[in-house]
Design a binder for this molecule. Structure first.
Ligand SMILES: *[C@@H]1O[C@H](CO)[C@@H](O)[C@H](O)[C@H]1NC(C)=O
Ligand SMILES: *[C@@H]1O[C@H](CO)[C@@H](O)[C@H](O)[C@H]1NC(C)=O
Ligand SMILES: *[C@@H]1O[C@H](CO)[C@@H](O)[C@H](O)[C@H]1NC(C)=O
Length: 393
């Protein structure tokens, strides 16, 4: 070995080339094929079929308009008989991706700017004027205190406030929703979408829907799954709620339109899928501050010039139209990238098998001995067979 000492002995300058070692061991062979099978199943089953990794993806861009229809007539003790149409119960007349239908309300008519005693509660009751602070206003109160203590009823005295009087008493909310008839209202939802990357345009009024069908149809999951007209009661019941229950205190309901599509020519047509769910938290255990309401007022001038208003605390259901979706279409770039990843994974299989073979096989010492061999040119010049082995560690 005299010649090979020196710099050329260093590992840095030895050239390593793989050689084939055939192992006639069924166990190791099984591990190898099994690992290959696993990788193949993963690539074909999960990557190709489930994730459709050969596709390019794009997310939906959408626009929604809604139109509610229906009439109601109310005749209750605390309000004059009244006819309602869409301009009365949809507030505001036009919203982005949502609409609010009034179902219940507390109306306080003929309010004027004046002074009146506060509604009684522990912080507003008083014995005499000393208990009231002039100019004090509490965010939970109804106005600015004038510093006087006034009779609220014959038995209760409260601090007087400057406010819109008479004050609203919202505890007398009707137990049965005023506009119970809203359950039979219908809404037409028009939704146009586009997937800009694939230049795909669609709308939920599908090409096969003609105007005579649109005039009479109503969405039903079994008979009319593509009709874009929904009965409010049906929406609420598909969300697992009772309309009349929800109508008393209001709530928020989601109309979810799923436009997820496979745009490859061999896949089916691209249709929207509707689902419905209640979005506001209805926790039966901790049902503090339930529902959805807001206040608005209508202002008038009396003939003698004084300003009066009608205050309305409106309870109702806000319907939010949520559109989502991803479309995929065959693309050469993702296909090549994923093919490369699959091949790399397949390349890992021999490493794993090697490890199993060197760690668990019965004849692992023999395999280790032959796994790495050092070609000694001195002693092996006349034979092609491999020389002394080293590295049986
Ligand atoms: C307030 O009530 C008390 C007792 O009920 C009565 O004596 C008094 O006259 C009332 N004051 C006013 C301004 O009505
Ligand atoms: C809604 O319509 C159905 C059938 O048309 C009717 O039976 C029901 O009483 C209506 N609901 C209300 C609250 O008017
Ligand atoms: C509209 O479509 C329905 C089926 O969806 C069909 O029965 C009807 O004949 C069509 N009407 C017109 C005017 O095309």
């Amino acid at each position: 070995m005299g010649k090979t000492t020196g710099c050329c002995q260093s590992f840095l300058l030895n050239y390593e080339t793989p050689k084939i070692l055939v192992i006639p061991n069924t166990g190791v062979g099984c591990v190898f094929r099994f690992a290959q099978l696993l990788v193949l199943l993963y690539v074909v089953g999960y990557v190709c079929v489930v994730r459709k990794a050969y596709q390019e993806k794009d997310s939906v861009i959408s626009t929604v308009t809604t139109k509610v229809k229906g009439f109601a007539f109310t005749n209750t003790s605390d309000m004059d008989p009244r006819f309602w149409d869409v301009a009365d119960y949809v507030i505001p007349p036009q919203g982005d991706n949502s609409f609010f239908v009034v179902t219940n309300m507390v109306v306080t008519p003929h309010q004027t700017q004046s002074r009146c005693p506060e509604l009684p509660n522990p912080s507003t009751t008083c014995v005499d004027d000393c208990d009231c602070i002039e100019g004090h206003s509490s965010p939970r109160g109804n106005g600015i205190q004038t510093g006087l203590c006034e009779n609220y009823t014959t038995t209760v005295r409260t601090c007087e406030v400057l406010s819109w009087c008479p004050l609203e008493i919202d505890t007398k909310l009707p137990k049965r929703a005023l506009l119970a008839a809203a359950e039979n209202f219908t809404v037409l939802i028009k939704n146009s979408i586009t997937y800009p990357k694939f230049n795909f345009h669609g709308r939920n009024i599908l090409p096969h829907i003609n105007s005579s069908y649109l005039k009479r149809c109503e969405f039903s999951r079994t008979t009319d799954p593509h009709c874009p007209i929904f009965r409010l009661k049906h929406i609420v019941s598909e969300a697992g709620e009772d309309f009349q229950d929800m109508a008393v205190k209001g709530g928020v309901l989601g109309i979810i339109i799923d436009w997820s599509c496979d745009l490859d020519w061999w896949a089916g047509k691209c249709y929207p899928k509707y689902s419905f769910r209640r979005l506001d938290n209805k926790n039966p255990v901790n049902n503090v501050a339930p529902g959805h309401n807001f206040r608005f007022a209508k202002y008038y001038k009396t003939p003698d010039g004084a300003e009066t208003r009608t205050l309305i605390k409106a309870y109702g259901i806000r319907f939010e139209v949520l559109v989502f979706g991803t479309a995929g279409q065959f693309g050469i770039v993702p296909t090549i990238v994923n093919l490369g990843a699959a091949l790399a994974l397949l390349g890992l299989v021999p490493k794993v098998t090697d490890w199993v073979m060197m760690t668990f096989a019965r004849k692992r010492d023999l395999y280790k001995k032959h796994k790495v061999s050092f070609l000694n040119e001195e002693t092996d010049t006349h034979s092609m067979s491999v020389g002394t082995s080293y590295g049986t560690q």
